[in-house]
Design a protein around this ligand. Structure first.
Ligand SMILES: Cc1cc2nc3c(=O)[nH]c(=O)nc-3n(C[C@H](O)[C@H](O)[C@H](O)COP(=O)(O)OP(=O)(O)OC[C@H]3O[C@@H](n4cnc5c(N)ncnc54)[C@H](O)[C@@H]3O)c2cc1C
Length: 440
């Protein structure tokens, strides 16, 4: 029995390791020269740079399980308790920190003191939060509604939607609140903000992503006897099933397609695809990271959010990147970045360097030593109303061909947690399929 997995992102890696743990031999085929997919790193002079800042919450249990298998779980710095400083120009920073209270009371004191909102808005936000908590994210009707429309109907004006809900929903769904699917937004809020009190504690990688995921995964899969083929772009997949790489077919008892939805639609045989094929509706949504290296420290926090500013979240990358010599390297992470994705780097510099000076007083005296931009045009699928119905389950119409990927129907947004869950689900279905093949 052998299984070929196409795509070495977190979904493909998770599927491969789960199958190896069940003693199924695997071949992982990846087009790029590394594993890790949408989570990778590159060198820029002395800096080790990630393609985009990634964070995971304590409630991302499947993802953290993968890190344990890769023996890198100690390299994700998870806060002792959820604590976010919210920067504002011309005002002192605000703070959202969980209190040592049972859920859902643990965030109430922080919300009651959240200064960017007026007292009336804070009361309204508490009422909206209670309503959100009562929603059932599995209710298919929520998929057709925009989170912003629902929140507006509960007294959340544009400023409350931006300065409170946007902080979390935009980062988690890579969509503006007004464009985000309510079902997924409710799922994230329920799980992270109203679930276990420690669910939203934020974890930030202490090493470049390649040392957290791709490198350790390659070693782990090969040590367990698996074959990893890098720089091997799959050209087609047949229903028998076979995977064609460099013109040569590889036969398998099952194939897991852990590639983005556009590639899966192109590569799979028509008899495996659903009719009608709704995957193109999933589309893509960009993320841009603006990287600024200063000659001195300007932010004395590992990360902060910002409101009333194009800066959404800013992270201190100094130690992770290997920068030394007294400077500081910040990465500004911009989700739902349609308005920034095609803006030239010089214009982004002219917009964001002064903006960071407005938010961070210490940056006013600092010199910018380096500035660059990373752009991920297809960072996630577009998690807008209606997108849930277009997400497929892991089984296809062809027995022996399975899907994985953060875009499949995991119940989670397009995140590392979703990717890992999809890989585990595909591995479960593959094992069941192989048992059937064996019994025949
Ligand atoms: C900039 C950025 C920031 C993000 N921030 C966060 C965050 O903070 N928290 C979070 O949880 N998530 C975040 N995400 C989302 C997260 O990275 C993804 O949801 C997840 O990594 C997707 O994993 P995947 O395995 O489903 O897909 P991918 O990582 O896209 O993997 C698919 C793989 O298939 C390969 N492939 C494609 N075609 C072929 C072919 N023909 N033959 C062989 N291989 C092929 C690709 O090269 C790729 O390696 C972010 C994403 C980006 C881009």
């Amino acid at each position: 029995m052998s299984v070929v997995i196409v795509g070495g992102g977190l979904a493909g890696i998770s599927a491969a390791i789960a199958l190896q743990e069940a003693e199924v031999p695997v071949t992982l085929v990846e087009a790029r020269p590394w594993l890790g997919g949408a989570t990778h790193s590159f060198r820029r002079g002395v800096l080790s740079v990630d393609n985009g800042q990634h964070v995971a919450l304590r409630c991302c249990t499947a993802y953290r399980g993968l890190l344990r298998r890769l023996r890198t779980d100690h390299l994700l710095d998870v806060q002792d308790r959820f604590d976010v400083t919210v920067l504002r120009a011309d005002a002192l920073p605000a703070r959202l920190r969980r209190a040592p209270l049972p859920s859902p009371l643990h965030l109430l004191p922080a919300l009651a003191r959240y200064e960017p909102l007026s007292r009336t808005d804070r009361l309204r936000a508490m009422r909206a939060a209670a309503g959100l908590r009562r929603l059932d994210p599995r209710d298919a009707a929520l998929d057709d509604v925009a989170a912003g429309t629902w929140l507006a109907g509960r007294g959340q004006g544009p400023w409350a939607r931006e300065a409170l809900w946007g902080l979390f929903v935009t980062a988690a769904l890579n969509a503006e609140v007004d464009d985000a699917a309510l079902g997924l937004a409710a799922m994230v809020c329920r799980r992270a903000l109203f679930g276990r009190p420690d669910a939203a504690d934020i974890g930030v990688p202490a090493v470049p992503l390649e040392d957290l995921h791709g490198g350790p995964a390659l070693r782990r899969i090969e040590e367990a006897g698996g074959t990893v083929r890098l720089k091997a772009k799959v050209e087609a997949v047949t229903a028998d099933p076979k995977v064609v790489v460099d013109g040569a077919p590889i036969a398998a008892d099952a194939v897991v397609m852990a590639v983005p939805h556009q590639a899966a639609a192109r590569l799979l045989p028509p008899e495996a695809l659903p009719e009608p094929l709704r995957w193109p509706e999933l589309d893509a949504s960009p993320i841009v990271n603006v990287h600024v290296v200063y000659d001195r420290p300007v932010l004395d926090l590992p990360f902060a959010a910002a409101v009333g500013s194009p800066v959404q979240w800013v992270f201190d990358r100094t130690a992770v990147s290997g920068l030394d010599g007294g400077g500081q390297y910040l990465a500004v992470s911009l989700s739902a970045a349609d308005r920034w994705i095609d803006v030239p780097s010089a214009e982004l510099r002219a917009r964001f360097v002064p903006e960071l000076r407005r938010l961070l007083p210490a940056a006013r005296r600092a010199r910018v030593r380096d500035f660059f931009v990373t752009r991920e045009r297809r960072a996630t699928f577009r998690q807008r109303p209606g997108s849930g119905a277009a997400r497929p389950s892991a089984a296809t119409r062809a027995p022996g061909l399975f899907l994985a990927g953060a875009w499949t129907d995991t119940g989670w947004p397009d995140t590392m947690e979703g990717a890992v869950r999809s890989g585990l689900t595909a591995a479960r279905l593959v094992r069941r399929h192989l048992e059937g093949v064996r019994d025949r």
